[in-house]
Design a protein around this ligand. Structure first.
Ligand SMILES: Cc1cc2nc3c(=O)[nH]c(=O)nc-3n(C[C@H](O)[C@H](O)[C@H](O)COP(=O)(O)OP(=O)(O)OC[C@H]3O[C@@H](n4cnc5c(N)ncnc54)[C@H](O)[C@@H]3O)c2cc1C
Length: 655
């Protein structure tokens, strides 16, 4: 969706920032004071870094359990009055599901990382999205809610085997898939399921909902394009009549066409931001939220974490911030944790912060002159992602679904329908429908298994009435009213060779991120690449069926000329991207030298320090990671509370 209003320049921001106060916002100010060497310091039981789906639930749950918690977040509150005063459209963009691409580029909600997919420069430059001197744009959420506040809202349960494997690797049976389902049930508020639906929750803080079914009746072209060649999953015949992708049987490996839920409630984006802020309001003495604060170091003593050093207004000093402000650089504060420090900065920032703190591969730390606290070679290794490409077709006629929308114009008919729930039909009156703004317009989903997979299904195919071909500066502004796109997402990849390495010892620099795609990675067999090509062929096959084909003018991405196996492999090699970076501080067994965490999220070799975010997985779970990250954050809450209760000696003795 083209959303020009989301263009916020650095100048606009600075003007807004002087008019309002975007200094480090601290909400909830209670902390105990610890007397150390005659000085007074702010001390909480727990200090959490990062308010994404990894950090926010654990922070909120610990506060609800009666502990004092401070959470340090580099970004701002997407629903806060300060951001609203700078750009009055932010909260609308955040709330309204269809504007998800605009959230991913909005300077008040996201950071721009630039990553490398290859070491080989010549190969890297073949990607049409490559930005000279930088690499490939990789957006990351930087606000309360983290990347969940700017993502595509897709809310899909992983495969059971993802958790059973962690149980097998670590010997910790609490990771068993049946037990992990309980964490999903705890955090979900399913608004589309029957009240007795198995495997779902109804009292949690994340609402899940699905696209209004009437969409397919109102727009026959979408119905045809979505359904051509679709197969009914086997779970349908044994109880999954609504084709729910989050049905427990699908987690066992079902394939076919499904309904894909969104983390949306009452037609608005729902994220952990809301759970965090509501917890703060209910437990003001327990939870302190510090925004626009960049954690720069984990403070340690005798190989135990004792607190966090952070930079006030540091979120706007980090070089991934589009609005980076030099003037604020350098003002640092410290905050102490009497029990534990929990890192949840995401797959790029958590390993960066560990390394900056002297916890990581000794050799790499030495090159940057960082004192080694703990030589942990696995930090920043094992980086994994999906491979994604799109097949785009131009239709003979513009898609009707968006034809009346005039985003951010007065009297926008689509906004009127969004708010009223009434949609004007072609001269036939009105239909009960909130229109396209109420969803992420993921109007078709299929799970498939490539011939390369020896385990779970590995292909996720998504149909969208939009033009999309990956991330590059300005991607959210691209609009093509007659474009239908199928996204091919390849999951359960063999490649795990990516790395996050320090660019410098400065916490303001982004790390150097390299995914080492295909031949540069550790899938020597070429299996990942061939599976993506199979996905493209599956999409082409369904588009060639009369039901879909009657609407199509021509394929524009990759285009009919890209046809042979070799051409298709080259297309994938050149154009593929990912957006689920994970696994850079993996949980592993005691005898795995590359394991960074144990099965209780504890950093090996450093006491009182845990990692709870997408970095923790040994393998990237399922097709989309949000559910899994929320589930591990719930699990971590239980584990940490259990450990706190069982701990015989006082944590503060270490200080
Ligand atoms: C464009 C896009 C679309 C996506 N769509 C989907 C989707 O539809 N469904 C899905 O399941 N997944 C999706 N994802 C992926 C998913 O959102 C992320 O994998 C997930 O949010 C990662 O959670 P996390 O807690 O590990 O890290 P994040 O969500 O990235 O949160 C980390 C937080 O820590 C903060 N932080 C980082 N470093 C510091 C520091 N030093 N000091 C203070 N704060 C810090 C950041 O500002 C951020 O708020 C998408 C991702 C992107 C980029």
């Amino acid at each position: 969706m083209n959303l020009k209003k989301s263009n916020l320049s650095r100048r606009t921001f600075l003007k807004g920032a002087t008019a309002t106060s975007v200094s480090a916002g601290i909400v909830g100010a209670t902390s105990s004071s610890l007397l150390l060497s005659g000085c007074s310091f702010e001390t909480y039981d727990y200090v959490v870094v990062g308010a994404g789906p990894g950090g926010a639930p654990v922070a909120a749950n610990l506060a609800r359990a009666g502990y004092t918690v401070a959470i340090i977040e580099a970004g701002l509150d997407p629903k806060g009055t300060d951001v609203e005063q700078i750009d009055s459209t932010v909260t609308t963009i955040y709330n309204t599901p269809v504007f998800f691409t605009a959230t991913a580029e909005h300077p008040l909600l996201s950071w721009d990382f630039y990553v490398n997919n290859y070491d080989n420069d010549e190969q890297a430059r073949k990607n049409s999205k490559y930005v000279e001197g930088k690499g490939i744009l990789y957006p990351r959420g930087a606000c309360l809610g983290g990347s969940m506040s700017h993502n595509a809202l897709i809310f899909v349960y992983p495969h059971d085997s993802d958790f059973n494997e962690i149980s097998d690797i670590t010997g910790d049976g609490s990771w068993d898939a049946n037990k992990m389902r309980e964490y999903f049930i705890r955090m979900e508020n399913c608004t589309y399921c029957d009240v007795d639906a198995t495997g779902h929750g109804f009292d949690g803080y994340i609402s899940s909902s699905v696209v209004e079914n009437i969409t397919y009746d109102l727009f026959p072209d979408i119905n045809d394009l979505s359904n051509a060649g679709a197969i009914i999953p086997s779970s349908f015949y044994v109880g999954n009549e609504i084709l729910d992708i989050n049905h427990p049987l699908v987690a066992e490996g079902d394939v076919g066409k499904f309904l894909t839920p969104m983390h949306v409630g009452n037609n608005k984006r729902v994220t952990v931001r809301d759970y965090l802020v509501e917890t703060q309001e209910e437990y003001p003495d327990n939870l302190t939220i510090i925004t626009n604060a960049l954690a720069t170091k984990v403070l340690t003593r005798k190989k135990a974490a004792i607190g966090i050093e952070y930079m006030v207004e540091g979120g706007f000093s980090y070089s991934a911030n589009k609005l980076s402000i030099d003037a604020q650089k350098g003002v640092k504060k410290v905050i102490y944790a009497s029990k534990e420090v929990i890192l949840s900065g995401g797959a790029f920032n958590t390993p960066q912060l560990l390394k900056l703190s002297g916890i990581g591969p000794a050799e790499e730390l030495a090159t940057h002159g960082i004192e080694v606290i703990c030589d942990l070679p696995g930090v920043g290794e094992n980086l994994q992602d999906r491979y994604e490409v799109t097949i785009g077709v131009d239709l003979k006629e513009d898609l009707e679904i968006f034809s009346n929308c005039q985003a951010f114009q007065a009297d926008d008919p689509c906004l009127t329908s969004y708010l009223s729930g009434e949609w004007e039909t072609d001269g036939n009156g009105t239909a009960s429908y909130h229109g396209p703004y109420a969803s992420n317009v993921v109007l078709a989903t299929r799970i498939a298994k490539s011939s390369e997979s020896t385990g779970m299904p590995d292909l996720f195919l998504v149909g969208l009435p939009a033009a999309f071909s990956g991330y590059f500066p300005g991607f959210s502004q691209v609009s093509s009213p007659n474009r239908w796109t199928w996204l091919v997402l390849k999951a359960h990849n063999k490649n795990s060779a990516g790395t996050v390495k320090l660019r410098s010892a400065s916490p303001l620099d982004t790390p150097i991120i390299n995914f080492k795609y295909f031949e540069e990675g550790n899938d020597g067999s070429g299996s990942d690449l061939r599976a993506v090509v199979e996905g493209i062929k599956m999409v082409r096959e369904s588009l060639s069926l009369p039901e879909a084909n009657q609407h199509i003018d021509k394929e524009v991405i990759p285009g009919a000329q890209v046809y042979t196996q070799q051409d298709l492999e080259d297309f994938v090699r050149n154009e593929a991207w990912g957006h689920h970076a994970s696994c850079t501080c993996k949980i592993g067994s005691d005898d795995d030298p590359m394991a960074v965490l144990d099965s209780r999220f504890r950093v090996r070799g450093v006491k009182k320090l845990r990692v709870v975010d997408a970095s923790a997985f040994p393998k990237l779970p399922g097709f989309f990671p949000i559910t899994s990250i929320l589930m591990i954050s719930e699990k971590a809450s239980d584990v940490i509370i259990e450990d706190a209760k069982n701990h015989n000696r006082r944590y503060s003795e270490v200080i």
